[in-house]
Write a protein that binds this ligand. Structure first.
Ligand SMILES: C[S@@+](CC[C@H](N)C(=O)[O-])C[C@H]1O[C@@H](n2cnc3c(N)ncnc32)[C@H](O)[C@@H]1O
Length: 241
């Protein structure tokens, strides 16, 4: 599907609304969409792809379907087996310290992980380290001031993370999965873009609102507005020699 387009965003949004009932459909669609985005810059057939924080493996599966040598790195055994089985060839590993040589990957891929690490800059440096010169780093994350920034407690996180957590517990009778400062961190669009642009080992190929139906590249250029309107920032970076 064309990106950006209303049809694509609508299909992704509908799948997201049904994520709890039909996670397979939701994540397969998202994985196909992400693979299309990668393939706009680098063919996946024959490429070595490291999927960092790849969860239960939907993205790696899609990369392999397209002929890539997909390697899944995931630190949490529970996430890895969330579909009832451990994905083939998955490695338990932390994204801060990947068991890969410098420049081993053609593509280093990380979807919705950056907001779950305490030190996103160090995490990003590791993704860049394992990517070969000329290769791609794909990083997408939900920023804190996104309407979905608080994840399952959104949009009440706008009133404060603690208040949103308390509300979630009252409403559902169970604790929210994410706690700010423990397994969810306030990552911002502007700051991340400044950090990425300051590096001399990568070129910024694209910074776009991952799901926006229009103005996908314009939104992250608007200071202030971008923190709310981006929803999820997708960065495509090319590793420089
Ligand atoms: C929201 S899930 C995203 C899973 C998958 N990438 C996706 O987009 O569906 C966040 C993932 O990040 C992983 N994660 C958290 N800290 C990590 C770290 N330091 N290194 C690698 N992955 C990490 C979690 O275990 C979890 O699987």
């Amino acid at each position: 599907m064309r990106d950006p387009s209303l049809r694509r965003s609508w299909a992704l949004f509908r799948a997201f609304l049904r994520e709890q009932d039909d996670p397979e459909h939701c994540y397969r669609l998202l994985a196909r969409d992400a693979a299309d985005q990668v393939e706009r810059h680098l063919p996946l057939n024959g490429a070595v792809v490291a999927d960092v924080g790849g969860g239960c493996g939907h993205f790696t599966e899609e990369f392999r379907r397209r002929g890539a040598h997909g390697y899944l790195f995931e630190p949490d055994p529970a996430e890895l087996t969330a579909r009832g089985r451990r994905p083939e060839g998955a490695v338990i590993a932390d994204g801060y310290l990947l068991p890969l040589a410098d420049g081993a990957a053609d593509v280093c891929f990380s979807s919705n992980v950056l907001e779950h690490v305490a030190d996103p800059q160090t995490f990003l440096s590791e993704l860049i380290r394992v990517t070969r010169p000329g290769g791609l780093v794909y990083v997408a994350f939900t920023n804190w001031f996104s309407p979905w920034g608080g994840h399952e407690t959104a949009p009440w996180h706008y009133l404060g993370a603690e208040r949103a957590r308390n509300r979630y517990r009252r409403r559902t009778g169970r604790a929210a999965k994410h706690t700010l400062g423990v397994n969810l961190f306030a990552v911002h669009v502007g700051r991340t873009l400044r950090q990425v642009r300051a590096r001399d080992d990568i070129a910024l190929v694209s910074a776009r609102s991952r799901y926006a139906p229009f103005l996908a590249e314009a939104i992250p250029r608007l200071p202030g507005i971008r923190e709310v309107a981006t929803w999820n920032l997708l960065l495509i970076l090319r590793r420089l020699p």
